[in-house]
Design a protein around this ligand. Structure first.
Ligand SMILES: Nc1ncnc2c1ncn2[C@@H]1O[C@H](COP(=O)(O)OP(=O)(O)OP(=O)(O)O)[C@@H](O)[C@H]1O
Ligand SMILES: [Mg+2]
Length: 245
């Protein structure tokens, strides 16, 4: 079994057709080793969300290949892809996407319920414990801070023990100190539990929590930095944003 969590090879994706066609990804090849934390950065519209969605099986590339934990996604039926997403992928979004009427515990249980599995209360408690919210099990989203809500979303994404946890600007709606708490949590999931994490972010400080920062520009990879400082990342981003379209 390969130790790569995700392998993208020559992935392309175009939206629309004819004069309106937009090439979101123009041939991206990228390997994400298991147990690592990768940040994806790039100017607005450079294809970051599209890349993440193709890697997570939420969207299908036009060409190229995506292999997740040894399984080739391209060519899978819709049903097989749905099952794979449900069992092997965790996804967190900028807006936490919790169900407002459900408690933290019920939100975390949801993926298991949807999978027709009987949620073990212990597993749900453990998932909430891992994100430091064991004492908030019965609170509803409106009774929690933004950071706490995102931590519930993380517990919900982790309850199925996914191969890969994807985040599209998971700290984008949080103030910087709350964002840092969530980033510290992601970092410790990688360091302590060997979780693979891939996160899109605009924030150089957020990206500096990652092992590797990959830069996209205009739908193509445009270099990477290993264990960079926030300052180094900010400098690289300034260069990318100065490239004329
Ligand atoms: N569903 C869609 N239909 C048409 N065009 C799309 C669609 N989704 C994305 N695009 C286009 O594809 C390109 C890449 O979009 P994407 O959302 O991946 O960028 P991004 O790097 O995540 O940007 P941002 O930082 O603003 O979130 C953009 O030009 C965008 O307008
Ligand atoms: Mg985006």
């Amino acid at each position: 079994m390969s130790n790569d969590a995700v392998v993208l090879t020559s992935v392309t994706k175009t939206y629309g057709a004819g004069d309106h066609a937009v090439t979101a990804l123009g041939g991206v090849s990228l390997t994400l080793p298991a147990g690592t934390f990768t940040a994806i950065m790039g100017p607005s519209g450079s294809g970051k969300s599209t890349l993440l969605q193709c890697a997570a099986g939420l969207d299908r590339p036009d060409s190229g290949s995506v292999v997740l934990g040894g399984t080739e996604l391209t060519g899978l039926s819709e049903t097989a892809l749905t099952l794979l997403r449900r069992d092997r992928i965790g996804f967190v979004f900028q807006q936490f996407n919790l169900l407002p009427m459900l408690t933290a515990e019920q939100n975390v249980m949801l993926p298991l319920r949807l999978a027709g599995r009987k949620p073990a209360r212990e597993a749900v408690r453990e998932a909430l414990g891992r994100v430091g919210l064991a004492d908030r099990a019965h609170h509803r989203p409106s009774e929690m801070s933004g950071g706490q809500q995102q931590r519930v979303a993380l517990a919900r994404a982790l309850i199925t023990r996914p191969d890969v946890l994807f985040g599209d600007e998971p700290t984008g709606a949080l103030d910087s100190s709350t964002g840092r708490e969530v980033l510290g949590l992601l970092r410790s999931l990688v360091d302590r539990a060997g979780q693979t994490v891939v996160m899109v972010t605009h924030d150089p400080v957020a990206a500096s929590f990652a092992d590797r920062v990959v830069f996209l520009a205009d739908g193509r990879l445009s270099g990477e930095l290993v264990r960079p400082t926030a300052q180094e990342i900010a400098e690289r981003m300034t260069m990318l944003e100065e490239i004329p379209c």
